[in-house]
Design a protein around this ligand. Structure first.
Ligand code: SAM
Length: 376
């Protein structure tokens, strides 16, 4: 395998040289740097000690956790033997000390403990029952095949960090796959990304509830064709019931107007879901990540800007995309800032949203948004 060295955060990482990322013998995607940056900041804010990077590839994520956060014991795992060897080399590149290799496991004991394994993630997570404070799942496509094991490997008050790159499935381009994997009816059109993220969280909540675990969403977002969610688990049947009560359904009519209902079963056949209707962020947590991003060594401006957008976003389910509403009503497209200002002047809250550069989140009724578009 031909390699080159890259730098990200405080890590130096050897990655395969390849024309296209999916041709490489070990996976590495530089575009996911922002995903890893935010994960590093989240782990820093949480202060979790025992961490599992269950699908590690080059090891870049786990190595950054070890270098840039207070985590004391970091496990890096991949089923691919080439990945295992590369992770071992990358650990050696970033840490001094003796790395003891025995078969499919390598351990470095030092100021930090690093454990590198070459195992099926499901097997490893089932063996390490309730061992980790923080479990990171960053798979190709859907995380669903790893979810049950992750919910067993993580402590009952631990945190799950989950990526899903199967946005086509969650956004309704492949409806049957969404029914199969997420047991939910997706929606097409302008709301598909937020609905997709909420379907993902809704499924995670239902899986966690089986173990009498409730879920608080610390932060969940959509970016660059993937979804990412940081979920704080809460112990007990009552907290699981509380989380289940935040599930529900979305309806959207031809005018673009949407409504949602908090129920276990939908009242109409046109329902999309079940999906999570609770918050997509804990405001204090996001403010802390934003603050940390400014002081983090080598922190990227892109990450800081994105966290700023998430921090300022109004916490209400769904949004109005001004282009989509204008198109549906034969209106001219207007500047988003102008529409937000009009709603503000009328006493409503309104902000931009990270889901779309042409959309706004507001507590104003749909008719007021339409009126504001007409007024301009
Ligand atoms: N987390 C990495 C990063 O930030 O660069 C990228 C991970 S890559 C998207 C997914 C990895 O999961 C691949 O390296 C693949 O070999 C590994 N993988 C797939 N199925 C697995 C399994 N059942 N157990 C362990 N690893 C698996």
């Amino acid at each position: 395998m031909e390699l080159k060295e890259v730098r990200e955060g405080l890590a130096r990482i050897l990655v395969p040289k390849a024309e296209r990322i999916y041709d490489a013998p070990v996976f590495y995607n530089p575009l996911m740097a922002l995903n890893r940056d935010i994960s590093v900041l989240a782990l820093k804010a949480l202060g979790s000690r025992r961490v599992l990077d269950a699908l590690s590839a080059t090891g870049i994520r786990g190595i950054r956790y070890a270098l840039e956060t207070p985590a004391g014991e970091i496990w890096l795992n991949d089923i691919n033997p080439n990945a295992f060897r590369l992770i071992v080399d990358n650990v050696k590149l970033n840490f001094s000390g003796e790395l003891e290799i025995e078969g499919k496991m390598a351990v470095l004991e030092g100021e930090k403990t690093l454990v590198v394994t070459n195992a099926d993630a499901n097997r490893l997570m089932n063996e390490q029952f309730r061992y980790f404070d923080f479990v990171d799942l960053d798979p190709f496509g859907s995380p669903m095949e790893f979810l049950d094991s992750a919910l067993r490997a993580v402590k009952r008050r631990g945190v799950l960090a989950i990526t899903a790159t199967d946005t086509g499935v969650l956004c309704g381009a492949y409806r049957n796959a969404c029914l199969r994997k997420y047991l939910a009816e997706p929606i097409r059109g302008e709301l598909c990304h937020e609905a997709g993220l909420r379907i993902l969280i809704g499924t995670l909540v239902r899986y966690a509830a089986k173990y009498d675990l409730g879920v608080e969403v610390l932060l969940a977002y959509y970016r660059d064709h993937y979804f990412r969610a940081f979920l704080q688990l809460r112990n007990g049947a009552k907290t699981a019931d509380k989380s289940m009560k935040q599930l529900g359904y979305l309806y959207q009519d031809e005018s673009g107007k949407f409504e949602f209902e908090n129920t276990f079963l939908p009242s109409k056949a046109t329902a999309h879901g079940p999906l999570w209707l609770g918050p997509l962020k804990n405001q204090e947590f996001v403010e802390e990540l934003h603050r940390l991003s400014a002081e983090h060594p080598l922190g990227s401006k892109k990450t800081q800007k994105f966290l700023g957008l998430l921090k300022d976003e109004l916490e209400v389910p769904f949004f109005y995309d001004t282009h989509a509403v204008a198109r549906r009503h034969g209106l001219e497209v207007r500047k988003l800032a102008g529409v937000i200002e009009i709603l503000y002047e009328k006493g409503y809250k309104a902000t931009r949203t990270h889901f779309s550069p042409t959309a706004l989140k507001t507590d104003a009724p749909f008719e007021e948004v339409l009126e504001a578009l007409r007024e301009l």
